[in-house]
Write a protein that binds this ligand. Structure first.
Ligand code: ADP
Ligand code: MG
Length: 471
């Protein structure tokens, strides 16, 4: 800011400004809540005032965006209450991303010995430690993962843009680690000097325990609290196991967030379902942005397979790709594994992959992987899977309740029992709460009919079949 403005500020307003500024901050805190205020308020400084304009400095572009985009109203309220409705703000970024600076080593906290150990043992992600395959470019986006993808990319492009932490959850094999690593790549691409650490919660806990035993907590804290711009923690469902480590984790996380560093977590379930998680940690997670990844729909599975085939220069018929996509729905690792398995076998045998050979081989492959049952499927299996899927109880499924929310799942269950087992209509009726065989015939015809017209129902049936086939 120009000289004149600085002196203007000092001479005319120095006696008046601090209390007004404090009042401004108090109102702003009331407006946005203590959590966000704690995270961000330290980053804002008042550098000057000229007439009705206040000049604020913030360290990073995302602070400016955060203030201007998310809290425009709160700023206005605070300004009006502490100054006047005619006042306005001008926010500037005082320096480039902190993370492009040399990492700062605080000699007070790390002895020379520790520093050597830090360098020697540093087992976590540097630029080269991210898997080169797991980038945003290699991630196929569909309805099931669009939201998680967008959030991950936003955080990578503008770290800690208010989404702190970003919490991604979803079942195994749906791309959580992929997104976490993609964030790491992107950040390192943009800010080469940034210290980005990727670690699984399990490794993190082991490190804490080792450092406690070896009395090296300072080293630990240096590594995870000071020398970090972005912390990416995978599989945090495993944090639930130990109190000591959770506490250390909590403090690490607090300190990073307080210092405006970003954090991203992945888990196979949402924060409130992590066993034995401390309440304050859970609520911390919940203050960020929570996104989930669902199982990919058929279209996305096709896209993933075709991309994989293209990139490896494989020629494979759409018929076979479709066959794989309709038989493996719940895990993208397995989906890709099936394709690669077929291709590997074909190149060994020197034969082209036909639908028949693919069927045979995939069934062997899935069985060998423990991904498909080889024992016969029972009606009970079907009932459990259907009830869970529709979020009702098994007794309800077998009851005589006529409500559509129960009658529909029941009909789907009967249909699947007829399709997937060798039971007669009468046997199925028996096991579904003692119904007449004509009721079962009606139900199976109805679902069979509707499947042809209703693609959502068709998808549901396919998904259920896959679930039932899994052990
Ligand atoms: P998770 O961590 O959720 O268990 P991963 O991230 O390890 O799953 O993903 C399993 C495999 O599937 C990896 O090889 C990953 O690259 C791949 N994968 C997952 N989602 C996608 C996607 N949307 N596009 C392409 N590949 C994907
Ligand atoms: Mg993973």
């Amino acid at each position: 800011m120009p000289e004149a403005e600085q002196s203007n500020y000092k001479s005319e307003h120095s006696d008046k400004t601090p209390s007004q500024w404090n009042q401004f901050l108090d109102t702003f805190r009331d407006e946005i809540g203590t959590f966000e205020f704690q995270v961000f308020a330290n980053e804002i400084s008042l550098t000057g005032q000229k007439e009705n304009t206040l000049f604020l400095d913030v360290p990073k572009p995302f602070h400016k965006d955060w203030l201007e985009q998310r809290h425009k109203d709160a700023l206005e309220t605070a300004l009006t209450s502490a100054y006047s409705p005619n006042h306005s703000l001008e926010i500037s970024v005082e320096q480039s991303m902190k993370s492009t600076e040399e990492p700062q080593v605080d000699d007070q906290t790390v002895s020379n010995d520790d520093k050597q150990t830090v360098n020697r043992n540093f087992p976590f992600a540097n630029k080269t430690d991210f898997d080169p395959e797991l980038t945003f470019a290699n991630f196929v986006v569909g309805r099931s993962n669009q939201f998680a993808y967008n959030a991950a990319e936003a955080v990578a492009d503008d770290p800690a843009d208010g989404y702190n932490p970003l919490f991604i959850h979803g079942d195994v094999g749906l791309g959580k680690t992929h997104l976490l690593q993609a964030i790491g790549h992107r950040v390192k691409q943009q800010w080469e000097q940034a210290s980005v650490k990727y670690i699984s919660a399990e490794q993190f806990m082991n490190e804490i325990l080792r450092c406690i035993q070896e009395k090296k907590m300072k080293e630990f804290q240096y590594r995870f609290r000071k020398n970090v711009d972005m912390l990416l923690v995978d599989d945090v469902q495993f944090l639930g196991k130990s109190d000591t480590t959770q506490l250390e984790f909590f403090h690490t996380f607090e300190e990073l967030v307080q210092n405006g560093k970003s954090t991203v977590f992945c888990s196979d379930r949402p924060p409130n379902e992590i066993p034995k998680i401390e309440e304050r940690l859970q609520s911390r997670f919940e203050q960020g942005l929570i996104v989930d990844i669902q199982k990919p729909d058929f279209e996305t599975r096709m896209a993933i397979l075709n991309k994989e085939a293209n990139e490896s220069g494989i020629t494979i018929s759409q018929e076979v790709v479709q066959y794989i996509a309709s038989n493996v729905a719940s895990n993208i690792r397995v989906l890709k594994g099936c394709l690669n398995n077929l291709v590997a076998r074909a190149s060994l045998d020197g034969q082209t992959i036909t639908l028949e050979s693919a069927k045979q081989q995939l069934s062997n492959y899935l069985e060998a992987q423990g991904l498909r049952k080889n024992e016969p499927i029972s009606i009970e299996d079907i009932q459990h899977t259907v009830a869970e899927f529709f979020n009702i109880s098994v007794p309800d499924l077998m009851s005589k309740k006529p409500t559509q929310s129960i009658a529909h799942p029941r009909q789907v269950g009967m249909y699947l029992a007829r399709e997937m087992t060798n039971s007669s209509f009468a046997e199925i009726g028996d096991q579904f709460g003692g119904r007449d065989h004509s009721t079962v015939i009606h139900a199976t015809r109805k679902i069979d009919n509707e499947r042809g017209k209703d693609s959502e129902l068709n998808g549901t049936v396919e998904q259920l079949k896959n679930k039932i086939k899994q052990p």
